[in-house]
Design a protein around this ligand. Structure first.
Ligand SMILES: Cc1cc2nc3c(=O)[nH]c(=O)nc-3n(C[C@H](O)[C@H](O)[C@H](O)COP(=O)(O)OP(=O)(O)OC[C@H]3O[C@@H](n4cnc5c(N)ncnc54)[C@H](O)[C@@H]3O)c2cc1C
Length: 411
């Protein structure tokens, strides 16, 4: 594993840093003060699209009908993008975690609010047919406007225990009909489509799981309600319902052929193995921001002469650095197409904890100043908690790793 970052990646990091200081952190603070997500028509999102952000990682080319760009302008755009993502082709997961950490450093809520296919992308990449990738990710290759995708697994009665989902799907002629309730899906009400996990028979357990792409405006998809959150205000976490919601069979991810065994469940797990290191990396970003804030405070308040303060700051930096390496390794294994289940769980279990400790240390050292409610450290402290919860709680990761250690199956 090569730990040196390529020049192209360093350039992208530098661009995020500049955007982070000028725009990402300010709009994150704006949303936090308003206590509401940035609206879809916020000028910042259009600005991101103009900057060439909000795109899919999918580079196209798998569809036999896709002859590539036809106009000179589109060919130039494709060639620029190919140049930009040249390094990424071989290491999309590694590139993803490095950039995600930097985005979260500036504001993790804003990073999730960014237009793009979001958490809906990994299951489409893992399970989708070439035609489905083209249809659902194609519009994200050079979007004409801010577009979002969403991922809905969690239900009021099924969070950690993914196998317990009760959203029902049944085949009816050329369609599938979906009924159920989903909660906490990022960007769901503004999304062009939502990847919805459902079961065709709860008695079949995970073998009954299917994933569908439900498009905006589909009759029966509705009752969107943005949930209250303690932090990460910039993006919406939304509950919604599916009532007799008819989805064409062509929107069943992977098509009928792929549905033997536990393909739907395995697809979800595969996408978690890609996204858990990413969540870990974002936690490291929040932790780094907290540590920088705490260091600045300690320096400006003459606290660095105290060896106990120095020791605690150093310990925090060391833990964040170790957590980052776990995230990098898990992502690197994914890029090598090698199993990373254990490493993805380790990254997800360790990084949010190290980040939480960094934010808690900041709150402690800043004391009254931090507790007043208008200091960045207090916002980071509220933001960081969710990192332990999303994509499988830290506790669940520890359960999985302990089972693996003693040779038991994961489920
Ligand atoms: C900010 C935020 C964003 C989110 N975004 C999305 C999204 O975009 N899409 C989506 O589908 N979901 C999303 N979620 C939901 C998230 O995935 C769930 O909250 C998470 O899986 C935990 O489920 P739960 O909240 O129902 O907690 P529970 O599953 O009810 O767990 C409660 C507690 O019990 C522990 N626990 C549960 N089972 C066990 C066990 N077997 N052994 C030991 N301990 C156990 C857990 O670790 C936890 O501490 C989001 C959540 C948050 C907070």
């Amino acid at each position: 594993m090569n730990l040196a970052l390529e020049d192209a990646l360093c350039n992208r990091l530098a661009r995020i840093r500049a955007l982070g200081a000028a725009r990402i952190r300010p709009v994150g603070l704006e949303a936090d003060r308003a206590g509401a997500p940035l609206p879809p028509d916020h000028p910042f999102f259009a600005e991101l699209v103009r900057l060439g952000l909000g795109r899919t990682r999918w580079l196209g080319g798998e569809d036999p009908d896709d002859a590539g760009p036809t106009t000179t302008e589109a060919r130039r755009e494709r060639s620029e993008r190919d140049e930009e993502t040249r390094g990424e082709r071989g290491s999309p997961s590694f590139t993803g975690v490095v950039l995600a950490e930097e985005l979260a450093y500036w504001d993790r809520g804003v990073a999730v609010a960014f237009p793009g296919p979001g958490l809906g992308e990994p299951p489409i990449l893992a399970m989708g047919t070439p035609e489905q990738k083209q249809r659902f990710l194609g519009p994200f290759r050079a979007p004409d406007r801010p577009r979002w995708g969403s991922f809905a697994m969690t239900e009021p009665g099924a969070g950690s225990d993914v196998a317990a989902i009760r959203t029902a799907c049944r085949r009816d002629g050329a369609d599938w009909v979906l009924d159920g309730d989903k909660s906490f899906a990022a960007n769901a009400s503004r999304a062009d489509w939502i990847v919805v996990f459902a079961t065709c028979d709860p008695a079949l357990g995970r073998a009954g799981h299917r994933a569908f792409v439900v498009e905006r405006g589909t009759p029966g998809l509705g009752d969107f309600r943005i949930e209250r959150k303690m932090g990460l205000e910039a993006y919406e976490s939304t509950s919604f319902t599916l009532r007799g919601c008819r989805v064409p069979a062509a929107n069943l991810l992977g098509g009928e052929e792929r549905q033997s065994g536990r393909a739907g469940f395995k697809g979800a797990m595969q996408s978690f193995n890609a996204t858990r290191p990413m969540i870990g990396a974002m936690a490291v970003g929040i932790g780094r921001a907290a540590l920088d804030e705490t260091l600045a405070f300690a320096r400006s308040h003459d606290r660095l002469g105290d060896p106990r303060v120095r020791d605690r700051l150093e310990r925090s930096r060391r833990k964040l650095q170790a957590a980052r390496l776990l995230c990098w390794r898990a992502a690197w294994l994914a890029d090598q197409q090698r199993p990373n289940v254990l490493e993805a769980s380790m990254a997800k279990a360790v990084a949010p904890q190290a980040a939480f400790e960094a934010a808690a240390l900041g709150m402690e050292l800043l004391g009254e100043e931090g507790g007043r409610g208008d200091h960045l450290i207090e916002k980071l402290f509220r933001d960081v908690k969710a990192m332990d919860i999303v994509e499988g709680t830290g506790q669940i990761q520890r359960v999985l790793m302990a089972r693996q250690l003693v040779g038991l199956p994961r489920d």
